[in-house]
Each structure stands twice: as C-alpha cells, then as structure tokens.
Design a protein around this ligand. Sequence first.
Ligand code: 7GP
Length: 817
Amino acid sequence: MTEMTAPKSPISSKDFADEVREQLKYTQGVTPEQATAADVYVAASTAVRRHLMDSWMKTQQDMVNGNTKAVGYLSAEFLMGRQLRNALLNAGLTEQFNEAVKELGFDPQDVVDAEYEPGLGNGGLGRLAACFIDSLASLGVPAFGYGIQYKYGIFRQEFDEEGRQVEHPDYWLANEDPWGHVDYGRDQKVSFGGKVVEEDGKRVWQPDWSVRAIPVDYMVPGYESGRVNTLRLWQARSYDEFDLLAFNKSEYMEAVEPQVKAENISKILYPEDSTQVGKELRLEQQYFFTCASIHDAIRVFYPGEDKPDLTTFPDKITFQLNDTHPVIGIPELMRVLIDEYGYDWDTAWTITNKTFNYTCHTLLPEALEVWPADLIGKLLPRHLEIIEKINDQFMAELKTLTKDEAKIERMRIVTGGDKPAVRMAYLATYAGSHVNGVAELHSQLLKDVTLRDFSDLYDSKFTNVTNGVTPRRFVKLANPGLSDLITEGLGTDKWLEDLDLLEGLVPLAQDDEFVKKFAEVKHQNKVSFSNFAKKEYGYDVDPNTMFNTMIKRLHEYKRQSLKILEVIAQYADIKSGKVKIEDVTPRTIIFGAKSAPGYYMAKLTIQLINNVARVINNDPDIKGKLNIIFPVNYNIRVAQNLIPATELDEQISQAGKEASGTSNMKFALNGALTVGTLDGANVEIRARVGADNFFLFGMTVDEVEAMYANGYNPAKYYESDPRLKAAIDMVAGGTFSNGDRNTYAPLVSDWLTKDWFMTLADFTAYHDIQSQIETLYADQLEWNRKALLNTANSGYFSSDRSIEDYLERVWMTGPLK
Ligand code: 7GP
C-alpha cells in the first residue's frame, strides 16, 4: 500500500497489522523489532486516522455544499480523554487493532496506555463539551468544536508528605500527538490593543499587536454514522519569531519578547472551575479563540468569496456559547460585520442575534464573568464601543417594555458608577436568541433567581436542556462487561445509538438469574479496579467491600466535608465502642478531586481527607472495615476505571447549587445507587429510576432559602448531634494532624460559625440515610435489582438526547442530508 491510497475498511487484522508496520516504517522510522509500545501507539493511531480520512473529507464537503445549518460549539474547554480506543470503536477497528498489536508482539493495553490524556478542561463543563461533539458526530449533525489547544492542560496533582495538593505543569504535548493535525495554511490573525479613530465618518480600529492563530484539527468520529466532524483548537504563535535587531545588540530576553507574549495566550488552561478569575490573559484567550473561530467559519462557508452575503450567515452556522467564556464573540461578530464587511448596525444586530445562543452552567453568582470596562477598553477598544452601544440600545428597549426604573438599572450590561464593568452573562442573554440551563431545576432557578429580570421580560428566550453523557465512552468503552450483558438482555446492540432501549431491561429486574449476572459483572469490575488501584497507586483494595465513591472538583458547595465528617463520626463510633466493629459494613471509600490552586478551604479539605485516610487505614481497631483511598490526579481515565466498579455514589451538594452534575448520570447508567440531595440533575435521575431506587436526604432548595432567611446557626447542630460534635472535635483536637490543633482550625471555625453550604444542618439526615443504605446492602439481590433498575431507566441521560433537544429547542437544525 502506498501513502496515497486510502485504506480499505472493514479490513482484516492482518491488513491492519500491515498498516501499522507501514506507519512504523514511514512515519516513525523504526522496525517492528525496534518499536516501543509508544511507537505502536503512534503508528496505530495514524493508521486509524487514515481510515477516517474519507469520511472526514466527505463530511466537510457535505457541510459546505449542503443546506443543513452547522453547529459551532464555542468552548474554552474540551476535556476529551484518551482518543485511541474511542476512535477504534467508531471506526469499527477494535478487534483488528487488538489482534494486530498482539501479532506485533505487544499487549493492546500497553499500547493504549502510551497515550497521554489531554486535560484541556477543568471538570463538568469541559467534559460535557467532549460528550456533545461525540453525539453531534454520531447523530450526523455537521458541527465544529472550536477552542484552544493549550500547551499545558489542567495541572497534574500530587500530594506532599502532609497530604496537601501540589500542582505540577501538565506538559501533555511532550511526546508526539498523532491526533492533532496542524493546518498552517488556514491560520487567522488576531489583534489586540491600540485605539479607535474616526475616518470618513467610520470608526476604525488601529490595533497595536497581533498574534497568529493556527488551527490544530482533531477528528471527531461519529459512532456508526459514517460522519467525522472536526474539533478545531487554536494555537497562538508570534508573527515575529524574534527581534533580530535586539538580538544583535545582545538583548536576548528582549529579542524573544514578542514570541513569548504571543505564545503565552495558548500556554495554559486556567485551573478554575465555577469561579471567575479576573485576569487579562484570560480575556486575551477568550478573544483569541472566538475571533479566530468566527473568521474561520466565514472562510469555510463562503469559500473564495470577497464579498460574501453574510445575511445568510445564521443559516450556515449557529454558535453555541459554552458559558460566558466565548461571549466576547458577540461584539466581535458585530465588529466584523460592520467594520470589515460594511453592514449597518441593524443588519449586523439581526445577524448576530440569530447566530448566538448561550448555555449557563452555574448558579454561583461569583462564577458569572464580569470584566472591568477599562480592561476591555485597553485590550479591545473597538469591542468596548460596540458593547456600550449594545447597552444603550438595550436600555432604550427596556424603557419600552417596563416602567420599573430600578429593574432597568439592575439589568444594565455595562454597570454604572466610576468603575464600570461588563456583565458577560447579561450580554449573552440579551444578544443571543436562546438561553438555557443544564437541568430542569437549574433552568428554573435561572429564571426565578439568577436571570429573573430577563425572564420576566424575555421569557420566550429561556429553555432547558438537561445534560447527558456519551454511552460510547462511559458504558461501552468503560464497562465492556455490562455492555455485553445489556446486549444479551436486549438481544441487540442498538442501544448504543438509542439509549432509550435500555428500558427493555426493566422486566429483567424481576429475573433473579439476570440480576445475579448483573451483580457478577459489577463484582468483576470491582476486581479490575482493585488491580488498577494496586498497579497505579499501590493501594490494597478488597473487592468484597462496598465501593463508595465521590469524584468531582473539590468545592465547598459540593460538600466533600459532609462525607468526610460522616466517615470520621463512624470512626469515632467504633473507637468509643458505640458501634461494634462486627456491625460495620465493610466499605472502600474512594475520593477523587482537584482543587483550584488558590482555593484555600478546598485545599485544606483535600489535606484533611488524606489525613483521615492515613489515620483510619492504619488503625488496627478498624480491622480493614473502612478503607479510604484518594487516587491522586483524578482524570477521565480514572473515571472510566472507577465508575463501573462503584456501587454507591455521592451527589450531596447543597440543594440549589449544583447546576446539573454529569457523573451522577454516568454512575446511574453503570448501575450504582446514588445517595443525593434534590439538586441539579439528581432530581430528574430520581424521577426516572424511581424514588425507591435512590437514597434521598437533605434540605430542599426552599428549605435552604428559608433557613438563610431566618438566620442560620451551625453551632446549634454541633451541639445537638453528639456524633457530629464528636467528629468535629476530633478534627479540632488534632487526631488527623498529629495532635496539632491549628492545622484544620480554619475549617473547624468555618463549620461552627459560617457553614455557608449548611453541611451541619444536613448531617443528621445524611447519617440516617447511610444507615438505610447499609441495611439494603446486606441484601445483595435487592441491592442489585435496584442497581439494574438504575441502568435500565437512565437512557434519557444520553448526550444524544441532549443534542436532539438542542436541535429542536435551540439550534433548529438536524443531521446532514
Ligand atoms: C459545571 C457545573 O458545575 C455542573 O453542575 C454541570 O454538570 C457542568 O458544568 C456541565 O453543565 N460547571 C462548570 O464546570 C463550570 O466551570 C463555569 O462552570 C461557570
């Protein structure tokens, strides 16, 4: 086979082995004998990519030539996870790969493990974006994911001797990345700074520096759809590699300054989740990728046209703003239309309004981005003018809609006063066509609280799209045992394309033999995870204990504190003899969490968890009944190993704080029971799997609000629940800090005096539900029946369904014809 012929598909494993050999020779320059697992990984990935090439090209052609509106998913984060297994699955080459690699003398797992996971996202928002582009491709919807190819992704987490989180740079591109194709010829220029001058009655932006945006393209293969979409991640480079004049004067640092400044833009992902960081560099990043993406879309959809008719732009593509990070794209499209293509304001506004839609992913007010106007003015002076004009137009419009002056004032996009600021969520809500939350409760709270004034006046813009997760990665790849059993139970594997088919398993929950098979799959997954945990971290995990998992970013509202306090209380009960050791249900409690580097309380909680683990795991009185593990550097790969093995998952945020959650969906699909509050998507999960199959506890949103309103006093709960008191006293007294009472003093003081997320108020209810959980767990058949019903009734939480909802409610488009 020569370089130029497209590989035939489907092919035999022998042929695939030949293709891998060929890549080893012509791309890597090694013989099969010299090759390492990493070489085989690159060669096999390149071979798979070639199999996808025809579909990729065809999809692009059909997208440009066809008449189906495309989706541009603008997101600062795409948390993709490893690519090889997913690409093999979607290219239909899994078996061929496994065989071919063995024939070459390698273990397929070693080859897959040579891939370094790209961590270009922080958590839920970034992983959702990855699920969505998978579903878009699988449904055959023409789409681009647009984002940034950060050189450093989410930091690599380590724990020091004291159990504290230490952050290390994540240089994921240290080795070859066979998936990203750098397309130098389709670069874009992105400018910053300077001033705006008046020329012939027109406003003209004269920027003073520019960077080159180079696209790096990743294929996004659909499952069984024959479609391959594109994830286009921009890399920032300098136009002036270095300043030779300065170099010749021996000013070496100065000589590389322009290069450093430009490349800094795509250097690092901000390690924040649900909090806003007001950094100039962050705004540069946001503008960098939205500007490049908008120009790219015009290039793609109007090829070779000097004077394209951009009034048709909203028929070509709809841009989804993944939270506020890409909202600067709104004034950018206005600027492009007016300044670069000569449209009048009103025409530009109509186009812009039709093109954008906005998804909000939070309920925390501090997470809604607000940029100081002077910062925008310094970096993007023309955009600030446009934003101000949008604000004026908005204020005038509001006066026609309401007489309520106070309300109009509250709704300002650009705040008044001597330090004006731009509220990006308000800009997006006004300028776009639709606004959505990510779960029913969240969308309702957006309307009732966060964006209340807007929903009063623009109710028809608001809608809900409940999140979802891709069953390809999170069931088929992560849980092959369960996948086979589902296929056996349903008599078809079509459920991977239509997850509602899982409902067909409901009757099988009455079939004890099937339930036992289901339990056996879970047990095997626990054994696998134990092996993984031993190999990766050296943990000894007993697969005959209950696997109880809490994985998510470390945030006070998510209440990892509640879980760890309950663990400590149980420990105290055993130590004091209140609970006999033989009555304890053996559990392995598994935490996974990263904290934002500057988030003090979250970091202290990580330290506490690690030290509770150290003390309890080493206490001979516990006799292995409680084992707490905290695998460091939690990521998608760990999730894929851990979720299928979990029996009980924790979704215990304070009601009204978690927008949706998506691990809750992955757990339910993989047959874990959830202990949770009525928050985010938990509400919908419980409604679908059935109240009997979900462990509900804690205050509701209304109860929380009432308690805030009446004045919340956490000390009262500390005084009235002796278990809670014992647990907090242990932390305060130094049990988990070698006797030092200062280490956790800030946490203790916060619990007793503020406790903003009401951990203490929910503690007793949380303990009670844990007792019920243990009772049920003693009856393994009943437990597994309920677990199976979770799997059977969670089909709704496929990201395919989310995308179908977006198509119908927001994007008004569909699959390519
Ligand atoms: C998260 C939400 O916290 C989570 O509840 C939701 O499931 C997820 O988005 C996907 O919708 N938000 C973020 O990760 C985040 O960074 C920025 O929000 C405001």
